[in-house]
Design a protein around this ligand. Sequence first.
Ligand code: FAD
Length: 405
Amino acid sequence: MTGAPREFDVAIIGGGLAGASLAAALAAGEIKTALIEAASDEERARPEFDARSIALTDDARRIYTQLGVWKQVAGEAQPIREIHISDRGHFGMARLRAEDAGTETDALGHVLPARVLGAALHRHVRAAAHAEVFCPARVREVKEHEQHWELHVSAPGGGMALRAPLVVLADGGRSGLAAQLGIAEAEPKAYSQLAVLCQVSVDLDHHGRAYERFTREGPLALLPSAARRYAVVWTGDARDAKRRAALSDEDFTAELQTAFGDRAGAFGEPSARRAYPLRRGRAHPLGRRAVSIGDAAHVVHPVAGQGFNLGLRDAAALAETLRAAARDGRDFGGRAALESYAAARRRETARVSGFTDGLMRVFCSRSRPLGFARSLALAGIELCPPAKRMLLWRTMGMAAARARE
Ligand SMILES: Cc1cc2nc3c(=O)[nH]c(=O)nc-3n(C[C@H](O)[C@H](O)[C@H](O)COP(=O)(O)OP(=O)(O)OC[C@H]3O[C@@H](n4cnc5c(N)ncnc54)[C@H](O)[C@@H]3O)c2cc1C
């Protein structure tokens, strides 16, 4: 360890999408922020670090536009203009379009590679006057003092200590530091499923159409990711998903075509398949002068593409709370400043996690009567504009945007 501790107002442990988004939101003000990320820029740029393409809601675009980040990624963001939901082996299907939602753009949301967004956020934070990025640097230990935390950080050039009255845990539940910070861990329960991810080409234009197809094995999503390319998220029982991930390119494409059908065209050129274990869990985000955001606070099934959108709204709401406390000269590490933030986030997290989990239970059930009821529900949504609007408001973050206004 070298030198006296460096002083900050907020220290964020973890520079994944949630931590880096919070740092970007704080960088817009005068709150002195340290962002500490263990994986180097080169490591994070590799597909094996994170192969995910993230479906961002229109609310997320609005948040990043306000932060000045959207213009850096807009060129790589693929708009979602329509979502097609179907249930394999049943008659029901629903189409949700941008005009059904009444958004201010003609897109329901956008798809972006997680790596592209992460790199843009890090660049943005590095350019900010009141923020500093420590990367690669790993927080090894935290020590509690009455009015601040001291963080012991290891980095290739040698160790260092940082000091801040508030620590934000954005480690994705991976650092093992939650207990020391007095934060309850989300203690995620594993679903008995894995998601297999890859990119495939297609011989038809996708016109911005995303697909969510529920199959007996689990949901199969196709997200438009570039011209004539889809990001595939194929969820299934762990053993079956592992088998699928290990198939040759030819066999994988053939199985995908059989499971999905011809609606989107003929698939080809699959990229390397990567399997992600799926979990769910949530916990109270407040500790002693510490608060958790993103996957450190909650993990949801990716079926409705809600996980990071929820984490981004944590970051936006926390930044707003801290800016207000700083304006009023209040101790923003104190519990009083953070209680109402935590209560509001717990309500939204419970709603999103209940919705996602319910969706999984209803759509992955093999019960025949439930299959029939599902088809009726999808057909009902297709025929009923207010039902479409309600579903879109739930899934595309519009209710959250309205609540912030
Ligand atoms: C298959 C799949 C598909 C998904 N699709 C979507 C989608 O379409 N839309 C959506 O909204 N969400 C989606 N999600 C969810 C989304 O990917 C996550 O919610 C999001 O990536 C979590 O970001 P995070 O920053 O909270 O955590 P993480 O990405 O886990 O980042 C945590 C960071 O902390 C760092 N770290 C850990 N410990 C330390 C330490 N001691 N010191 C310093 N740094 C440390 C790590 O290196 C890491 O970079 C999906 C998830 C899965 C599994």
